[in-house]
Design a protein around this ligand. Structure first.
Ligand code: UDP
Length: 384
């Protein structure tokens, strides 16, 4: 056997696994069907700007082990995500905080904002009670009982239905619980202790993770198939789509994908921040990313006379497009369970990451999942 591990996919799960296994003296081969490594954190360098080719990535975590690990690979800058939402020609701060409540209702104190939310919340609770419901059954009910009808209709409904292509009444409540609600003037999108973008771009992380490891790009695992690769490595770490791995035998899992329309503009500053969400249903894109704001601040923004923006259009995944988000409805969740049950029976295959676990992961939990993976723990009790 030539390798201890064949790692299929060089995204964060695969690259982190390869890094730690290699460090523990294991022979690793990483393959990726794309022409580059890094999975969805891969950036293209154009006009002096790192363009997040597969969608914006903002690193945030409260997990000290994860933060220590990533910052040991590359230093991070002080980027703080503070997106704004545009609705009906008006801007609102996100996540939902005192600035948003002021913009929505003209309230200036936490007590006034709390009273306004409570009033609208009670309407939602009463409507649910009339239907015999006590806990929110779906995203709409969750949003209405969290922030009330005004915010739901202005900032949540249109955006969510564009992003997921399904009515809010058919989506799980947990998706909206990702967003904080605060009675303070704080536009930081995340509650986490640590946040930033790697200085020099995300490819620096991938380079640091894969240094010294054999990587072959443009190689599709399924071309030669499982039986061939099992002759090459004692174990396989698979980070692709779990349903594809099993030949779609129970049926296809659904994913959401994003189509990006990139525009280069001959101005130093196009929208004034990295992320603007378009929460109106009738505007076809969900958000616009202006990439330079992830890595340049203050006067530096003006130093580059050019900027690049990406409009994001969220659509259902079809063969040949990139699967980005697992669809968390009941049918897909049940189907994923069937595949997971098969995966659990494999002693020599490790499934990890968003696609193989069919889970809506951020970057930090993916890394945490590798750092604390029993396979890694068994290689070296003190991995870091
Ligand atoms: N969301 C929303 N309005 C916004 C931004 C987000 O309603 O302006 C909702 C939407 O349902 C989305 C969820 O919040 O799916 C989570 O958003 P997040 O920004 O965490 O999604 P990401 O793009 O990071 O996957």
């Amino acid at each position: 056997m030539k390798y201890d591990y064949l790692i299929v996919g060089s995204g964060l799960f695969g690259a982190t696994f390869a890094h730690l296994a290699h460090k523990a003296g294991k022979r690793c081969l990483v393959i990726d069907k794309r022409p580059h490594t890094g999975g969805n954190i891969y950036c293209e360098h154009k006009h002096g700007i790192h363009v997040h080719k597969y969608g914006a990535h903002i690193f945030h975590t409260s997990d000290r082990d994860v933060w220590d690990f990533v910052t040991s690979l590359v230093p991070f800058n002080r980027f703080t995500n503070s997106p704004v939402a545009l609705y009906g020609g008006k801007l609102y701060n996100l996540p939902f905080n005192m600035n948003t409540f002021y913009q929505m209702w003209g309230v200036t104190t936490p007590a006034e904002a709390a009273a306004k939310i409570e009033e609208q919340k009670q309407e939602a609770v009463a409507a649910m009670a009339a239907a015999g419901v006590t806990t929110p059954r779906n995203l709409e009910e969750q949003a209405l009982t969290l922030v009330g009808r005004d915010i739901y209709e202005t900032l949540i409904k249109g955006y969510t239905e564009k992003q997921w292509g399904r009515p809010c009444t058919e989506l799980p409540a947990f998706i909206i619980r990702r967003l904080p609600v605060r009675l303070v003037y704080d536009n930081n999108y995340f509650n986490d202790t640590y946040q930033g973008i790697p200085i020099g771009g995300y490819n620096k992380i991938t380079e640091a993770l894969l240094a010294g490891i054999e990587c072959r790009t443009g190689v599709d695992f399924f071309e030669q198939g499982r039986a061939y690769w099992e002759t090459q490595a004692a174990k396989i770490v698979f980070t692709g789509c779990i349903d594809e791995f099993y030949g779609y035998r129970f049926g296809k899992l659904q994913y959401r994908t994003v189509r990006f329309e990139e525009e280069v503009h001959p101005v130093p500053n196009w929208q004034g921040c990295a992320v603007v969400n378009y929460t109106e249903r009738d505007i076809p894109w969900t958000r616009i990313i202006e990439h330079k704001h992830f890595e340049s601040f203050g006067a530096d923004v003006e130093a580059n006379p050019t900027t690049i923006i990406s409009k994001e259009f969220s659509t259902e995944w079809t063969e040949g497009s990139e699967p980005f988000y697992p669809v968390n409805d009941t049918a897909n969740t049940a189907l994923a369970e069937q595949y997971r049950a098969l995966a659990a029976l494999e002693p020599n295959i490790i499934f990890g990451g968003r696609l193989a676990e069919y889970k809506y992961y951020d970057m930090a939990p993916v890394i945490a999942g590798v750092l604390r993976h029993p396979e890694i723990a068994a290689l070296s009790p003190t991995h870091a």
